[in-house]
Structure formats: C-alpha cells, structure tokens
Design a protein around this ligand. Structure first.
Ligand code: TRP
Length: 362
C-alpha cells in the first residue's frame, strides 16, 4: 500500500511556534525522509468558514500567510502538494454521503466539537456546518487516501471520528476507504505547547503566541516576559519545573548542540534542570538561553519567509497547481466511493441491462 501523508491548518492567522512543534516540524522531516509516495498539505479555508461565516475576509487574508509559513518551514512544493480545501469540490460530495453514516449524538459527543462550542459561545445556536465539520474533515483525510495524519493532540477526536466513518463505510459498501493513522508529537512538551503566559492554549485573542514570522526583538521581549515559577523569587530559591513555561519551551526546542554554543557551563538540559530545582539558578539566565535557542530556530524560517514574500503571485501559483493536482486525486476516490455505493448509474452497464430486461417483452 502507498504511504500517503495528509494534514492541514485553518487559515485564521499566522502560524505560531505551537503549530511548529506540534506538527509542522514533523511534516518537514517526514517530507524529507523520502518515505512517502504522496504528501498533501491542506489550507482548510472551508473548515475555517464553519465558525467564521460572518468574517470570510479574515479567512481570505490568511490563506497566503499560512502558505508563506509552510514554505518558510521547509515544505517544498516539489515534494509536497499544497492545496486550498475549498478548491476541491469533491470534498463536499464525499461529506454529503458520509453524513448518512454519522449520528447527531455521536457528533455531540466529539470532545473537540464540545469544547469549541463552549469556547465560541455556540451553545444556544450551533451552525450546522460547524457541527458537522468532523465529517468534512473525514472527507479531507479519506479523499487523498491518507495513511498518516501528523497533527496535534487536539485533533485526536477528529481522527477517531474519521476512522469510524471509514469502518462504517467499508462494512456497509465494501472495502473502499483507507484507514488513517494519527501521528502525534513524540515529545510531551510538543503535544500542547502553552502560551508565553503559561495558559494551556496559545491563541491570538490571548496575545500569548510567538509567531514563526516574529522579528528578533519581539521574540526576545516575549521570552523575557514568560511565565516561570511564581515562587522562585530569589536566585537561591529552589525552582519548580512543572508548569514552568520556559522549561517547557526548552523541552520542545532545545538541541544538544545549543549547550556548547550558548551555555557551555552545562552539559545538557538535565543538568540545567537539576540546578534550577536545587536553587541557585536565576530565571534570567534560563530565559537568556531560551532566547538564544529560539532565535537560532526561528531565524532561518523568518529569512526563508522573506524570500517567498518577494513573489506572492508565485505562491498563489504553487497553491493553484497543488489544488489542481489534489482535485485529481480526490476525484478518483469519489469515483470509487460512488461505485461502491452503486450510484455510478451511467457507468454501470449491468444495471442498465437489467433494467432493460425488466421491460423487454416476450
Ligand atoms: N482541524 C484542523 C485544525 O483545526 C485542520 C484540518 C482540516 C485538518 N482538515 C484536516 C487536519 C485534515 C488534518 C487533516 O487545525
């Protein structure tokens, strides 16, 4: 069986370091591993519209930002197909048929949908399109016959819902759809990188993100304002690592080679952590180190982004070509789906012959 990777993001803002460690970095590694026969990276504008119906301009403006962030991180259009979800009409058609395989109560139980309904104050009136977006996400994943879906932990319920749809479809209509596997970050800190304020979720409205395109001065300011251990007041005080954002970010970003480069008095992160726990290591020193680490990680990304920013029409062209290629793949799957459901009447010579026989006299 072919190895196919698919994943995507909603274009509601620039991507931040949480997106990076949660999925983007992994995608680029997998892309460059050469192990995949096909890679599809989707800008999920139609999904973004399910809770931004009154603000389509926000979604429209951010498509290019997400595309630039993708290219900046090293996604390479020669190796990965970058596409815009709304340009693949086959996804709607697949969703329409999958809707018959999912119950309202099952969608109501989807933990991601549940928490998003709360977050958006949708309790009183939930848009139907929003409510059913897990079904459309199943269409995204199955349309491209994805075997591997690298996403953050928050997407786990979406993958479970997709797998249920796949199993149901295959058991009702015969083996047709590919069962996808979720690929979570292997490092605990990357599963859900907190905001710089220590809050569980990074979000634009909380103003607690570090964006991939952030300028060096801004990164530094944000690192130095990071939440640490509120009881670690004097340098001699023992410090706590749990819930200490600076250490969570080091867990997510630090590479061994950064110690000789920026902090040679420690051999590795464990030594640094031990010293902090014991007491005698100040927050400023750790923050200075984290700032150096983040600057080193983000500089090449920011520079590559600036190169791509010089030719925006070329970026749209990459997306157009990618969407065209993606549509062909989705059209093939849709054809197979319709054949499995036997709603491919005009291709079904057997059906036409049988129906004719019914009305043949003698
Ligand atoms: N739901 C994802 C998010 O919120 C975006 C997305 C849409 C996606 N379709 C997908 C992710 C298919 C993985 C696979 O970011």
């Amino acid at each position: 069986m072919k190895k196919i990777m698919l994943t995507g993001d909603r274009p509601t803002g620039k991507l931040h370091v949480g997106h990076y460690v949660g999925s983007l970095r992994r995608r680029v590694e997998l892309q460059n591993s050469g192990e995949y026969d096909d890679i599809f990276i989707m800008i999920a504008d139609a999904q973004a519209l399910t809770d931004n119906a009154d603000n389509p301009e926000k979604v429209r403006q951010n498509i290019i930002e997400v595309a630039l962030d993708y290219l900046a991180c090293g996604l390479d259009p020669e190796k990965s197909t970058l596409l815009i979800q709304s340009q693949i009409p086959e996804l709607c058609e697949l969703s329409f048929y999958y809707m018959n395989l999912v119950t309202v109560s099952r969608l109501q139980r989807n933990p991601t949908v549940k928490s998003e309904i709360q977050m958006r104050n949708f309790e009183a009136s939930i848009p139907v399109g929003f409510f059913t977006y897990p079904i459309s996400q199943a269409a995204d994943i199955t349309a491209f016959k994805a075997t591997t879906v690298p996403v953050g932990e928050d997407q786990m319920p979406m993958l479970e819902q997709t797998k249920e749809i796949v199993h149901k479809f295959n058991s009702v209509y015969g083996e047709t759809l590919v069962d996808p596997k979720i690929l979570l970050p292997d490092n605990q800190a990357c599963l859900r990188l907190p905001g710089i304020d220590g809050k569980a979720k990074m979000s634009k409205s909380l103003n607690n993100c570090i964006y991939l395109s952030e300028e060096p001065e801004e990164i530094k300011k944000k690192v130095f304002s990071m939440f640490t251990d509120p009881n670690h007041i004097r340098i001699e005080d023992p410090g706590r690592l749990e819930g200490n954002t600076v250490f969570t970010y080091l867990d997510a970003f630090c590479r061994p080679e950064y110690f000789p480069e920026f902090l040679p008095e420690y051999a590795n992160l464990d030594e640094l952590k031990d010293h902090y726990k014991r007491g005698g290591l100040g927050d400023m020193k750790v923050k200075r180190f984290l700032n150096n680490v983040l600057q080193a990680e983000l500089e090449p990304i920011r520079n590559r982004r600036k190169e791509f920013q010089k030719d925006i029409p070329a970026v749209y062209e990459i997306l157009r070509k990618g969407s065209e290629k993606a549509e062909k793949a989705a059209a093939q799957t849709l054809k197979e789906v319709k054949a499995a459901m036997k709603i491919n009447y005009f291709d079904d010579e057997e059906l036409i012959r049988m129906q004719a026989a019914k009305y043949t006299e003698e």
